[in-house]
Design a protein around this ligand. Structure first.
Ligand SMILES: Nc1ncnc2c1ncn2[C@@H]1O[C@H](COP(=O)(O)OP(=O)(O)O)[C@@H](O)[C@H]1O
Ligand SMILES: CC(=O)N[C@@H](CCC(=O)OP(=O)(O)O)C(=O)O
Length: 267
């Protein structure tokens, strides 16, 4: 099976047009591609933390996660957003099943290496056969990035990192759907979207802080996924109705990330 992992950013999922979900359903039913949705939900987690007076801060685009923040992240990601996306797909005539990384132990996590970010995890293992089974039954899997380790401790996983791990396990094509049409740089005083960018260029852009905030985990995940069996990675806008169809028909849209030959990225 040819898999397309679609990471829906928390920045954009609420404003995605119905045509976006329709195009994913069409890909699932009428093409050789099997779509798998992984979602985030950063802004909604921040909002609920604020309402509950729980401190929430970021380090390099990752949320520092105390026990209280973890509980909020689970409520928002597993409880709220996952089911909203499943419902949106059903409303457009598709079939979806929502899962978190906890369900069936789909994602096995461990604490983020070198991290002092509390309960932030990274994915150590993906039980990808669960996704193949769900997809074979005609359902689009919709995955929330909460996972547990082998002792049952839960972790908050950045959605981009979860999507990259899942795409790696499936040898998939990966796209990050966000509220920007790709990676921008300033050129002659104007903001330009790069049609493609290499791992080495990305390293420079991060150093110069041209790539910052939530774009950092996205590009790092993109590079790591390409080093780990992912066929192709793009960062695209959720508001471009044609983008998913273009990707599945072999075209280019947004910013495509590639590895410079013979060079290994060291983060
Ligand atoms: N060079 C850049 N190009 C595009 N976006 C950038 C760049 N640097 C930082 N960003 C920020 O990254 C954001 C996307 O990351 P994030 O908010 O985490 O999105 P999502 O919720 O879709 O994962 C953009 O809205 C933008 O503000
Ligand atoms: C560890 C970590 O940063 N987890 C993220 C999970 C949600 C996410 O990734 O949401 P976006 O798609 O909006 O970025 C968070 O708590 O915000």
């Amino acid at each position: 099976m040819k898999y397309l992992v679609i990471k829906c950013g928390g920045s954009v999922y609420e404003t995605l047009p119905t045509s976006f979900y329709k195009s994913i359903i069409q890909v699932a039913t009428d093409s050789e591609w099997t779509p798998i949705i992984v979602h985030g939900g950063g802004p909604k987690i921040s909002k609920l933390c604020e309402q509950l007076n729980i401190e929430s801060t970021f380090y390099n685009g990752l949320r520092v996660t105390s026990q209280e923040v973890l509980e909020v992240a689970e409520m928002v990601l597993n409880g709220s957003i996952n089911k909203e996306i499943v419902t949106k797909i059903h409303n457009e005539g598709g079939k979806a099943i929502g899962l978190s990384g906890l369900d069936g132990h789909l994602l096995v996590a461990e604490p983020l290496k070198g991290g002092k970010l509390g309960f932030v995890g990274e994915v150590k293992e993906v039980h990808a056969s669960i996704l193949a089974q769900v997809a074979e039954q005609g359902f689009i899997p919709v995955i929330s990035p909460i996972a547990s380790d082998n002792d049952g401790q839960h972790y908050n996983i950045n959605g981009d990192m979860a999507a990259a791990a899942i795409a790696g396990a499936l040898g998939a094509k990966l796209c990050f759907v966000s509220n920007v049409p790709g990676i921008w740089i300033d050129k002659d005083g104007e903001r330009t979207i790069l049609s493609e960018v290499s791992d080495l260029e990305i390293k420079e852009l991060i150093k110069k802080k041209i790539i910052s905030g939530g774009m950092v985990p996205k590009v790092i995940s993109a590079i790591e996924s390409l080093q780990n069996d992912v066929k192709e990675v793009s960062i695209i806008s959720g508001h471009d109705e044609e983008s998913i169809k273009i990707l599945t028909s072999g075209g280019n849209v947004g910013t495509k990330v590639f590895l410079e030959e013979g060079v290994t990225y060291v983060g």
